[in-house]
Design a binder for this molecule. Sequence first.
Ligand SMILES: Cc1ncc(C[n+]2csc(CCOP(=O)(O)OP(=O)(O)O)c2C)c(N)n1
Ligand code: SF4
Ligand SMILES: [Mg+2]
Length: 296
Amino acid sequence: MESTQQLKPKDYRPKDYRSDVPPVWCAGCGDYGVLASLTTAFSVNNVTPVNTVLVSGIGCSSRLPYFVTTFGMHTCHGRSLPIATGLKLARPDLRVIVVGGDGDHFSIGGGHLPHVARKNIDLTLIVMDNSIYGLTKGQVAPTSRTGMVTTTTPYGSPDMPVNPIAYALVYGASFVAQSFSSNTRLTADLIGQAINHKGFAFINVISPCPTFNKIDTFDYYKPLLKNIDEIHTDKGDKVKALSIAMTMGRESGEIPVGLFYQEKRPTYVEMLNEIKIKNRGSNTPDLEKIVDIFKL
Ligand SMILES: Cc1ncc(C[n+]2csc(CCOP(=O)(O)OP(=O)(O)O)c2C)c(N)n1
Ligand code: SF4
Ligand SMILES: [Mg+2]
């Protein structure tokens, strides 16, 4: 394979973003579709690998950075968002993309999503939602259905599943979308839009786990998918987006895919700079000077 470092951005093909590490996912895993979509989106958008970092937690989905030639950080289960936030604030010149599972982002790491969203940190989060803990062999996950029998819910799950799209909208994400892993054209298009969006972009990609989730399969989902553009064109209408997220889904028999919501809003850094200028008085401590003391 040619080194991506020697290629000009316009020359990158999807396969140029694939590393020499072969994916270790099971045959038929939905995460292959997300990987293919990501490299396509990178190619279409002339993403430069040396300026791009994929940050992940722990899970089958979180292995993705190994298979890509960008920089990567394989961090802790549930902690990829704060690590990515630190990275983006320290190196605003980098394109930061977080990838991981439904467990990673709606369970153990669920406390981070609201704050990254409301602060509008300039990064993209791609969740590979298989409604199960894949890596640890089939425990119940936050998006598992009520009644689902798993290794940790032998009588069926008593819990109501989380609604990833409604979560992201209510928390204040400025870009919210959903896709399906084998619909690589749509997924690549949404990833392209997300990485070009200024602020926090969230994509929930339904990505079946044929090994440990025998209910939410490709065959189950495919006939239920509905292009959201057919019923929702004003992507700035958050109430409509939320109404669709709350009324359509596995229970209703129609699952909307596409862009739910997009808003132009200052990013965290832009807000901070604006507030600093506006509110700086003669008695305001000069934080930059204090930070300088601790610099090496
Ligand atoms: C702090 C911590 N708690 C628990 C684990 C064990 N663990 C690793 S991955 C995982 C769940 C993975 O599920 P998900 O995030 O949905 O990813 P998937 O494997 O389904 O892609 C768990 C519980 C861990 N590695 N670290
Ligand atoms: S266990 Fe499931 S999520 Fe993990 S690689 Fe296999 S099919 Fe994919
Ligand atoms: Mg999972």
